[in-house]
Design a protein around this ligand. Structure first.
Ligand code: SAH
Ligand code: SF4
Length: 343
């Protein structure tokens, strides 16, 4: 199997270049071509000598994912189906906004966590993504939309397919590559990783000095309710999840984000809203409400806008709270809808 260059840190590239008998500064040039210039292939490099390009190409691929399909929504959102070296596919979404853009990227092919409202869950887990496949989505979409994170804000959310904290080492390597100022240069405060609540991995993430912001999919206001919606609660209890959040080293400039998918008649009552407030009251938290994005095989309904408003108003009295507007709903690009559907 040929090795991908995308996903390698500078120290990895130094080893590659050294193995080919070239000087260390060639590794820095290669790093620059990969992450700063975001070139599409080895041959596009104007700084690397032809001889090094040829010797690199013998055992290595550049390693960007291939665009298998790009589906455009009426609101400007574009959902990409990206092909990996082993022919598996993942999804990534480009979400343009007025003053910034957001890329929603995947961390696994499918997902092993069995949340009852999520289309990705129906896939099960096929495999983890490598660090290169995670950062590769960012590079590919930056190329496709001529994005320059240094001149226009770009947010990255690891909220596509997969549970990033079950693939933490690769996710963190990809985050370091995104954040490195010598490379892509996306500030850490613009990178968010979302988890269904893998408690030991949350603690581990907190010990990393270079770490993204953390979002936690709460989605329920009681232990029993969460157990029904997110069976992983059996292993990682809601009470313990809140405890680990209390001990989490939140930086001065950040708040823990709690996502809450509102399901009609299930977890969307005023009492639920009040329980959410008492669960999170002691935390430096903010709440992101998402009215269910429906899909085939999902046995829940979307609450009315009035219900969402009422829930929002109760939480908002105590905590910063936003309702996430669904983007790309018409092309199955919205939260929880990523499952490699063809249309
Ligand atoms: N696995 C991670 C990240 C991907 S899911 C996690 O669960 O946090 C990203 C977000 O989409 C989660 O907050 C999840 O609760 C939400 N989501 C899943 N299915 C949804 C659906 N059908 N409608 C709206 N949001 C959904
Ligand atoms: Fe996996 Fe997140 Fe979907 Fe749950 S909500 S199945 S953790 S992708």
């Amino acid at each position: 199997m040929r090795e991908a260059l995308v996903g390698k840190e500078l120290s990895d590239l130094e080893k590659v270049v050294d193995g080919l008998g070239s000087k260390p500064f060639r590794a820095r040039q290669l790093y620059h071509s990969l992450y700063r210039e975001r070139l599409g292939s080895i041959e596009e490099s104007t700084t690397l000598p032809r001889s090094l390009q040829e010797s690199l190409a013998r055992d290595h691929d550049w390693g960007l994912p291939a665009t298998a399909q790009a589906v455009h929504a009426a609101d400007g959102t574009v959902r990409y189906l990206l092909g990996l070296a082993d022919s598996k596919t993942i999804e990534a979404v480009f979400i343009p906004e007025q003053r910034r853009d957001t890329l929603c990227i995947s961390s696994q092919v499918g997902c092993p966590v069995d949340c009852k409202f999520c289309l990705t869950a129906l896939l099960g887990l096929e495999r983890h993504l490598t660090a290169g496949e995670i950062i590769g989505q960012v590079l590919a979409l930056c190329r496709a939309h001529a994005l320059e994170p240094r001149t226009r804000p770009l947010n990255i959310v690891m909220m596509g397919q997969g549970e990033p904290l079950l693939n933490l080492d690769n996710a963190m390597k990809a985050v370091r590559l995104m954040a490195d100022d010598k490379g892509v240069g996306i500030p850490l405060r613009r990178i968010t990783v979302s988890t269904s609540g893998i408690i030991p991995r949350i603690e581990e993430l907190g010990r990393h000095e270079i770490r993204p912001k953390l979002a936690i999919s709460l989605n329920a206001s009681t232990e029993e309710q969460r157990l029904r919606l997110m069976p992983i609660t059996k292993k990682y209890r809601l009470a313990d999840l809140i405890d680990v959040c209390r001990g989490y080293p939140v930086r001065p400039w950040e708040r823990l984000m709690f996502e809450y998918v509102l399901l009609k008649g299930v977890n969307d009552s005023d009492d639920d809203a009040r329980r959410v407030v008492s669960l999170l009251g002691q935390l430096k938290a903010k709440v992101n409400l998402i009215a269910l994005n429906p899909g085939p095989g999902i046995d829940f309904e979307t609450p009315s806008p009035e219900r969402v408003d009422s829930f929002h108003q109760i939480v908002e009295r105590s905590l910063p709270c936003f309702v996430r507007r669904p983007r790309g709903l018409d092309i199955y690009a919205a939260c929880g809808q990523l499952k490699r559907s063809a249309a």
